[in-house]
Ligand binder design. Sequence first.
Ligand code: NI
Length: 138
Amino acid sequence: MLYLTRREVFSASHRLYNEKYTDEENLRIFGKCSNPNGHGHNYVLEVIVRGEIDYATGYVIDLKILKEIIIENVIKKVDHKNLNVDVDFMAGVIPTAENIAIGIWNQLEDKIPSGELYSIKIYETENNYVEYRGKGRL
Ligand code: NI
């Protein structure tokens, strides 16, 4: 089994808040991330695909094709957008790194033409990242 990673970057804004809470409660829970007018991040996305090698090509998946799939289905939807309001696959969820990882997984899971999606990593800062490997998987 081989594991390939494609890395992409995008810039987006968000505000972490729960509409059921007051501004004071949101500030207590989410701190400065609940700033009413939002704030931005330069996100780093890593998409990891795993599979067996295709001996005709030597590839698990052609990374050019993987790149195009990520650009079309994720980057075009999130880059320079407000994750609270602009992104269809983030509708109705608080745009934490956790929920972004799950949303991107759901965008890509059934679009990988060879091998299978193994992991989505979202780096929100240099020191904080979230990894999602799909429902019910380790
Ligand atoms: Ni933030």
